[in-house]
Design a protein around this ligand. Structure first.
Ligand code: COA
Length: 330
């Protein structure tokens, strides 16, 4: 099994966003904010919000089903699956176990990835390693996030940023020259609490006090996150490009984590990338956490914006602080 070394790449993608759309006007009716402030500061116009009763596993299964269909791979061909999420259905068990059952992937190895918004890219890199080494033939990588359940809908500086969504990709063997050409992963644990939900784990179990203090909701140091996002996403992109032996101009599309249009504009400026090489989906979906890069990739493939021979950079940063990037050929 382990003696095979081969190229691994993305064979097909899928995405799912919940039906309900919440506009900036809807938010303005709920709190002291307005469309102009949100659009100017973030570029976000609308976001999709999961229906009550809809779980991360439901969205993950739907995105996974679509990716399998697109890749032309059946459930029984999948050797391993991962679900990147910061909003699991339950603290125990892993959401991957529930998704495995929903997709009918019997006996497939499954695990969750908790790497913030970098979770999908972390999963793709891990899947690539498994396929390249011959440990697995086809790996399903899914990300699903329902952050709306962990937001304080009176905290206007945080809740306006996020939307719910899921994305997925099937990773498998590809011909030489295609597939994952390089990657980089990083963590800066000094800032683990710059994006976090204080209560709900073992340090501070959910209690009446935690609810009263709003510790069950996500807290974020917006300015710090902004500055480090730009810095780390640029650094990791440079490393992945260097490792692939490629130059900025060799990349057809830059799929950046869709957190904030201003972060992406800063990257475009600092890295000298024209904005037409950077797909923008956050205007419609907001920040969908680890799902965002996958949603942007799925959209680009669907719209025919990625052609055979193209090389694409995936790059994300989030809670932890954790980041990763990869250069992949199609
Ligand atoms: C959150 C973010 C948009 C805030 O933008 P900012 O330019 O830093 O804004 P500030 O926090 O300085 O707030 C400026 C003012 O707008 C106000 N404000 C905050 N949110 C507002 C809203 N939704 N509507 C109207 N006013 C708002 C603030 O209260 C503040 O008012 P004050 O000057 O009277 O105190 C920005 O910091 C950001 O995008 N950070 C990165 C977040 C991110 O991407 N996180 C996920 C990473 S995975």
């Amino acid at each position: 099994m382990m003696d095979k070394v081969r190229r691994a790449g993305i064979l097909g993608t899928g995405r799912y966003v919940p039906e309900k759309v919440v506009t900036n006007e809807d938010l303005s009716a709920m709190m002291d904010t307005n469309d102009e402030w949100i659009v100017t500061r973030t570029g976000i116009h609308t976001r999709h919000i999961a229906a009550s009763g809809e779980a991360a596993s439901d969205m993950a299964a739907e995105a996974g089903r679509r990716a399998l269909e697109k890749a032309g791979i059946s459930a029984d061909q999948i050797s391993f699956m991962m679900v990147a999420t910061g909003t699991p259905d339950y603290p125990i068990p892993s959401t991957a176990s529930i998704v495995q059952e929903k997709l009918g992937l019997s006996h497939t190895g499954a695990m969750d990835i908790s790497s913030g918004c970098a979770g999908l890219i972390h999963g793709l890199i891990t899947a690539g390693g498994m396929v390249s080494s011959g440990m697995a033939d086809y790996v399903l990588v899914i990300s699903s996030e329902i952050l709306s359940r962990h937001l304080d809908w009176t905290d206007r500086s945080v809740c306006i940023l996020f939307g719910d969504g899921a994305s997925a990709a099937v990773v498998g063997p590809v011909p030489e020259g295609e597939g994952i050409l390089s990657f980089d992963m990083g963590t800066d644990g000094r800032f683990w609490n710059s994006i976090h939900i204080p209560a709900g784990g073992v340090v501070q179990p959910v209690s009446e006090e935690a609810i009263r203090n709003k510790d069950i909701y996500m807290k974020m140091e917006g300015k710090k996150v902004f500055a480090w996002s730009v810095r780390r996403m640029k650094e990791t992109a440079d490393i992945s490009l260097r490792r692939a032996g490629l130059d900025m101009k060799d990349i057809s599309l830059f799929l950046f984590h869709q957190a904030n249009l201003r972060i992406i504009q800063c990257l475009s400026e600092k890295m000298g990338i024209p904005m037409d090489k950077i797909p923008i989906e956050l205007d419609r979906f907001g920040n969908t956490g680890p799902a965002s890069v996958g949603i942007a990739l799925d959209e680009a493939l669907r719209k025919g914006h990625i052609r055979k021979g193209d090389k694409v950079l995936l790059d994300a940063f989030g809670a932890g602080f954790i980041w990763s990037s990869a250069v992949t050929g199609f």
